[in-house]
Design a protein around this ligand. Structure first.
Ligand code: TPP
Ligand code: MG
Length: 326
């Protein structure tokens, strides 16, 4: 087992995981109740990855993520109220309701882009990392993407470019076993995506993405490497998504029993039990974290649902650069 981080780090990882789980449950319930109409890609089951990565990041570090990225955003610190308002398409959202769930961007928390184009988080991360390198800013950029994205040309081009320029980037592949409705093995000839790093002369690390300690240790090594100017790392985090590709997908294409087996090993209650068993936290301390997140979440949902829709005059604002400076 990897060396155990401090109690403060462990509890902080659990806090982020709980934030993600509670938000996901509420998003699905709110969409099901017809209170929000939005495409929603649940990250349930993948909580550990961005929680352990973000525990190694600073506010000034950058993240580029994808449509299945609510967990990455919450873990990096996008305020719940603004996130909910954006998903609901309200004027109070991170992008004034004009981005919606697929394009949430909140530079104040370091979430620089959310994209629906598979594979496109990586070249954008390279651009941000190159800017930081040229400006001599002490910043690391994380590009999150899925297993399916590793078969896109931009993945290979981005790894090559980041390697040759020693960019301070972490390529974090969240391998949840499926790309849309297709199993990993059907589309990908290598057993480990992390092996592809060898083609670009950078470290490729394969880690159990549902194990907070291993995930934290692997992310730490890669972040430290990037900060020290030693260049990028490809981190493949193995995980599993508990729900279908998008809300409403009944996942009939998934193998019988595999989802139940994954849910039985749900990383959130498992980590909670581990923390208590190993005396890193007490029951009441964790219950306190859970209830304070729940109250903040109630307020975020109320805020989003009671906010106004963008006015028609907003339609063309923020589209052209000259209007940005007006
Ligand atoms: C360039 C491009 N090709 C195809 C699609 C359609 N598409 C949307 S999600 C997806 C699956 C991607 O799977 P993966 O990278 O494993 O991410 P996951 O959804 O599992 O998190 C596909 C093919 C797209 N959005 N962009
Ligand atoms: Mg996938």
């Amino acid at each position: 087992m990897s060396s155990v981080p401090s109690k403060a780090v462990l509890v902080d990882i659990y806090r982020r995981m709980t934030l993600i789980k509670q938000n996901d449950e509420r998003f699905r319930a709110t969409i099901k109740a017809g209170k929000i109409i939005a495409p929603y890609y649940s990250p349930r089951g993948q909580e550990v990855i961005p929680s352990a990565v973000s525990a190694n990041l600073r506010d000034t570090d950058y993240v580029c993520t994808i449509y299945r990225g609510v967990h990455d955003m919450l873990a990096k610190g996008v305020p719940m109220k603004l996130l909910w308002a954006e998903i609901a398409g309200k004027v109070t959202g991170t992008c004034k309701g004009k981005g919606g769930p697929m394009h949430i961007t909140h530079p104040a928390s370091g979430v620089m882009v959310t994209t629906g184009i598979v594979g496109s988080s990586m070249p954008i991360a390279n651009g941000l990392a190159l800017a930081a390198q040229l400006r001599k800013e002490d910043r690391v950029t994380v590009a999150y993407f899925g297993d399916g994205a590793s078969n896109i040309g931009a993945f290979h081009e981005s790894l090559n470019m980041a390697a040759i320029w020693k960019l301070p980037v972490l390529f974090v592949c969240q391998n949840n076993g499926y790309g849309e409705h297709t199993r990993y093995e059907v589309t990908t000839p290598v057993r480990h995506i992390s092996d592809r790093a060898a083609a670009y002369g950078i470290p490729g690390v394969n880690v159990d993405g549902n194990d907070p300690l291993k995930m934290y240790a692997a992310a730490k090594e890669a972040v430290d490497r990037a900060r020290a100017g030693e260049g990028p790392t490809l981190l493949e985090a193995r995980t599993f998504r508990f729900h279908g590709h998008v809300f409403g997908d009944m996942d009939g294409y998934m193998q019988k029993g595999e989802k139940d087996a994954a849910i039985a090993k749900d990383p959130v209650p498992a980590f909670r039990a581990w923390l208590i068993q190993n005396k890193h936290a007490g029951e009441s301390e964790l219950a306190g974290i859970e209830s304070s997140i729940a109250s903040e979440l109630d307020a975020a949902v109320d805020f989003a649902l009671s906010s106004a829709n963008p006015d028609l005059a907003e339609l063309r604002r923020d589209v052209f650069a000259e209007e940005l400076t007006a």
